[in-house]
Design a protein around this ligand. Structure first.
Ligand code: SF4
Ligand code: SF4
Length: 197
């Protein structure tokens, strides 16, 4: 893990996706070695199920209150949108690992040039998403929601991100106990630039 930490911290990636690929590869390694272990822990699995449900509720509210459709118009039809290339690095190893534990597929390549690695033709393809992606509401979206809708959406997101935080701390604490190492790399966002500049 120590060599991986050095690799993740280095800023000499040739391609913008390389940092993300490093994180995915580490998350995959952890999943292969410890996934079964975590999925046998009853309290962990209960938390994971609650988290999955919380994401579904957040998504349902965003759908009902036109958040997704407004972002679709902004991004796809108007070519604006805030899911820019580089933002994929908001996904930490822990968040990628949560997607694996939830049996969610990750895209293998960037589908829309100039956009976040996870953007698809109709929106984000990541199930368990980074906090920034959940908490950010631009002025356009804030103007779209009625006050009571905004309250319901933020309540759902608060529940989702609280559970995400509990799960990430759980995973980190357990892995640090099992491996005897400090696993700083699980929480790294980080941004790389081509040529390490
Ligand atoms: S959050 Fe705002 S800026 Fe970003 S895609 Fe949605 S409408 Fe556009
Ligand atoms: S919401 Fe999805 S597509 Fe947008 S920046 Fe976040 S991870 Fe990328």
């Amino acid at each position: 893990m120590k060599t991986r930490l050095q690799k993740i911290f280095q800023r000499r990636f040739a391609l913008p996706e390389e940092l993300l690929f490093e994180k995915v590869s580490l998350a995959q390694e952890i999943f292969e070695n410890y996934g079964e272990y975590f999925l046998k822990l009853k309290d962990f699995v209960e938390l994971l199920k609650k988290y999955e449900k919380a994401i579904e509720i957040s998504n349902k509210r965003m759908d009902e209150f036109q958040s997704f459709s407004e972002c679709y118009v902004c991004t796809v039809l108007e070519g604006k949108g805030c899911c820019k290339a580089g933002l994929e690095n908001e996904a930490t190893v822990a968040i990628i690992l949560l997607n694996f534990l939830l049996k969610k597929e990750l895209p293998k390549e960037r589908e829309v040039p100039g956009r976040c690695f996870f953007v698809g033709p109709v929106g984000c393809k990541l199930f368990a998403r980074p906090p920034l992606c959940r908490e950010f509401f631009c002025r356009r979206l804030l103007d779209t929601f009625k006050q009571e809708e905004y309250v319901l959406i933020t309540q759902a997101i608060a529940e989702e991100l609280t559970l995400q935080g509990i799960l990430v701390r759980y995973i980190k604490k357990e892995l640090e106990f099992l491996t005897g190492e400090f696993l700083y790399e699980l929480d790294i966002t980080g941004y790389s630039s081509p040529g390490g500049k």
